[in-house]
Ligand binder design. Structure first.
Ligand code: NIG
Length: 402
């Protein structure tokens, strides 16, 4: 079955494969009155006019914006339980890192995840993926990291794999092996590097490996030990500078990390170095919005020629949202981005962070993951707050019906 989308304002984001940097983030490849033909799950034709078979299902966009499906390249969307009591504490002024230090935060999700079955974890993730798809996200990265022991980490990764098979979109799992610490960091991180990494590598050979470099979590040295070993077989990613600039950015660049995520506390010198490297910067503005009103200087990073991506960081502690439109709205208000830059950061660049070059643009041969907005001007995507701007989602060439 073919789909013929007509009369759309097309954001093709057509351009060279790979990261868009600096001013290229503002180039959306707009075709003001365009058409797209979708066949066999792929984009078969794009232009001001395309030839479509007579039996193609016609969708009249009526001038609305048709763009690539969103790619959410950083989430912790697999969890159990909730953190509502802690959130009330936080509303009463207790900071995130203090809650973590006192055995709450990530540790309270760890307790809930250990108690949950793999089936329960998969079911709750599947529900969240459904909500994300309705808001236009067609590819999602989901991290483990609430297991903290080999058995529970593998349970999470298997649950993520299971939920992925039951969802129309694409799920990319990441092994967040260095999230928090149980007992002494030195002993714990050595166990992770020696035992947990080996088990994960055996069952998930291509998976990216991640760590949270922060006070009360993993030190730069512990991250180095993990990444030096992991990078022989796995792409590596790192949470750095969320609250504290500990010096992880130069190390991440040296280790050829795929991305450094967060950046709220990064120094300008580190942002310049990151911008000049091959490593992506990933901003997560819903996190600052929910925790402490600190945001990454993404506009500065883009001005320095950086390769920027944007994600929700969906998780129960620091970012309880799976909405990319909301993350875009925050990025333009608090991180110094223009709407076009935020759109590129949440589509083609986010896809590149996950190693995909077959999505994030509307070009012939690409996977047909498309979003029809309610709006005729894409800036509305960043302007509107708190609603769902998505009228229609096409995922892998199929119309998503809710
Ligand atoms: O990216 N900072 C570390 N990990 C998550 C939060 C996880 C949690 O609080 O449960 C983040 O913000």
């Amino acid at each position: 079955m073919s789909l013929h989308l007509r009369n759309a304002r097309l954001l093709t984001l057509a351009g060279p494969t790979g990261a868009r940097r600096g001013p290229a983030l503002r180039e959306l490849g707009v075709i003001p009155h365009g058409e797209v033909l979708v066949q066999d799950g792929r984009i078969a034709a794009v232009g001001t006019k395309v030839d479509a078979p007579a039996d193609a299902e016609v969708i009249d966009a009526a001038g609305r914006v048709l763009m690539p499906g969103f790619v959410d390249c950083h989430t912790h969307a697999c969890w159990a339980g909730d953190r509502l009591d802690e959130w009330e504490k936080k509303l009463n002024g207790v900071p995130y890192l203090q809650i973590l230090r006192e055995g709450g935060g990530i540790h309270s999700s760890v307790r809930a995840v250990r108690e949950a079955t793999q089936k329960q974890l998969a079911a709750s993730l599947r529900e969240r993926l459904g909500q994300m798809l309705r808001m236009g996200t067609t590819t999602v990265e989901v991290k483990s990291g609430y297991g903290l022991n080999t058995e529970a980490e593998l349970k999470m990764l298997r649950a993520i794999r299971r939920a992925a098979t039951e969802w129309q979109g694409t799920v990319v799992a990441t092994a967040l092996l260095g999230h928090a610490v149980e007992g002494d960091l030195e002993d714990y991180s050595r166990m992770v590097v020696k035992e947990m990494l080996a088990e994960v590598s055996r069952e998930f050979p291509d998976i990216a490996v991640d760590a949270f470099c922060e006070r009360e979590a993993w030190s730069v040295e512990a991250c180095q030990r993990l990444f030096e070993k992991a990078r022989k077989h796995h792409p590596i990613r790192v949470h750095a500078d969320q609250f504290t600039s500990l010096g992880m950015i130069p190390e991440a660049i040296r280790l050829h990390a795929r991305s450094v995520d967060h950046l709220e506390a990064s120094t300008k010198a580190d942002l310049v170095a990151l911008a000049q490297s091959e490593t992506f910067g990933v901003i997560l503005p819903a996190t600052g919005f929910h925790t402490d009103q600190r945001f990454a200087k993404a506009g500065f990073f883009v001005d320095q020629g950086g390769a920027l991506a944007l994600a929700t960081n969906c998780n129960p502690g620091s970012s309880p949202t799976g909405s990319i439109p909301f993350a875009i709205a925050l990025a333009v208000r608090f991180c110094g981005l223009l709407p076009a830059e935020a759109i590129t950061a949440a589509t083609v660049n986010a896809a590149a962070v996950l190693g995909f070059s077959d999505r994030g643009t509307i070009e012939v041969g690409q996977r047909a993951d498309l979003v029809l907005l309610h709006h005729k001007d894409e800036r509305q995507l960043a302007y509107e707050l708190g609603g769902n701007p998505v009228d229609l989602v096409i995922c892998g060439g199929a119309l998503v019906r809710h």
